[in-house]
Design a protein around this ligand. Structure first.
Ligand SMILES: [Fe+2]
Length: 370
């Protein structure tokens, strides 16, 4: 019998399969907690796509999902691609069209504009066109590339697999144009949202902040999204869930607090275009410290149709921690939270309306962290 070989080298490479792939793409990787403005992040030429890009694998994703920002030069299109990871595309700026097809089947084309949200179905070919001959178009996509590439660690399979997921998309003529289905729990099953900035939202009392919301299920994905809005002079309740919720501020000014249970609070001040990803299991809380309602788009795990992947704690996200849920009620929060908000409102010259909206909400006892 031959003896096994002995190696003096480490078996553990310096970076993950996903990070090695990002490096091979030749575009920068951002790994911070927070991005100040997705419309302004510098991009580099991205040879494979024919556009410009940057990859964002923020700390709060736990490398389960990621995002990238891409710019399509004026009047140009990106190289067609298909891949074995999901992606949700939010248009930051510009207008254009996208053509989607399965190998050997008819092509379907639809138009998009600033504020649109859509998702090429898993492993379907897609080509994205900038419809403006004089201005670049920019979008941000949230993808499941990190978990897929780290699991499979073979990019030929990721980008060149012939399998057609006809259970997700079988060349339906009106796939991106049909009005979808509304379900209970403020949930819209749709494959295209024309403008997330102006979509009418539905009241959501449980999370506080005079809030409204719509949850989005798209292209039979495991990734999903929601749009939330909350009132001037108010803030939402703290809660936690799994990693990878990309929160993009669409309107308003304010800040988010993020903290692991019982540990120091981090504060991030934001404006339209900011992006924050709360790490899995960390409490986080969003505050409107400006003069207009805050609206954000969250692109994340936690589909209600295809659940149990690092999700929002199905059914627990807006349930009191005292009852086994994931949310801290106003009256239980650390008093420093309200004091900080008093100061932020005074600085912005707006009234703190929490006492008006929630008369019994002023915290009187420090929150018990265990
Ligand atoms: Fe959250």
């Amino acid at each position: 019998m031959t003896e096994p070989k002995i190696s003096t080298e480490s078996i553990t490479p310096k970076s993950s399969s996903y990070k090695k792939w990002v490096e091979s793409e030749g575009i920068p990787l951002v790994e911070s907690f927070f991005v100040d403005d997705i419309a302004q992040v510098p991009l580099a030429p991205w040879k494979r796509t024919g556009g410009l890009g940057v990859r964002l694998c923020l700390a709060g994703t736990g490398e389960t999902n990621d995002a990238y920002i891409c710019e399509i030069p004026a009047g140009k299109s990106l190289a067609p691609e298909k891949h074995m990871y999901e992606e949700l595309i939010y248009v930051i700026k510009g207008r254009g069209a996208a053509t989607i097809w399965n190998e050997g089947e008819p092509k379907r084309t639809f138009e998009w504009q600033e504020g649109s949200l859509f998702s090429p179905p898993l492993n379907a070919w897609h080509e994205i066109f900038n419809g403006n001959g004089s201005e670049p178009a920019r979008f941000l996509a949230v993808t499941s590339a990190p978990c897929m590439i780290n699991l499979i660690h073979n990019t030929d399979f990721i980008f060149d697999c012939p399998y057609v997921f006809s259970d997700r998309y079988h060349s339906q003529e009106n796939y991106f144009g049909n009005p979808g289905i509304w379900y209970s729990g403020r949930t819209w099953n749709t494959n295209f949202v024309a403008d997330v900035k102006n979509l009418k939202l539905l009241e959501w009392k449980e999370r506080g902040g005079g809030g409204s919301q719509v949850r989005l299920e798209m292209s039979e994905n495991t990734l999903c999204g929601h749009i939330s809005q909350f009132a001037v002079g108010s803030y939402k309740k703290a809660h936690f869930h799994g990693p990878g919720a990309h929160v993009i501020i669409l309107a308003g000014d304010g800040y988010s607090l993020l903290w692991p249970r019982g540990q120091e609070i981090k504060r991030f001040d934001w404006k339209p275009g900011s992006l924050v990803v709360p790490p899995g299991g960390w409490f986080h809380q969003h505050f409107n410290a400006g003069s207009v309602p805050v609206r954000y788009l969250a692109l994340r795990w936690g589909s209600q149709k295809y659940h149990e992947m690092w999700g929002e704690g199905r059914g627990k996200a807006d349930v009191d921690v005292k009852l086994g849920g994931n949310q801290i009620e106003y009256e239980d929060e650390d008093p420093v939270v309200r004091t900080m908000f008093d100061q932020a409102c005074a600085k912005a010259g707006v009234d703190n309306l929490m006492a008006k909206y929630y008369p019994n909400s002023r915290p009187n006892l420090p929150y018990e962290s265990e």
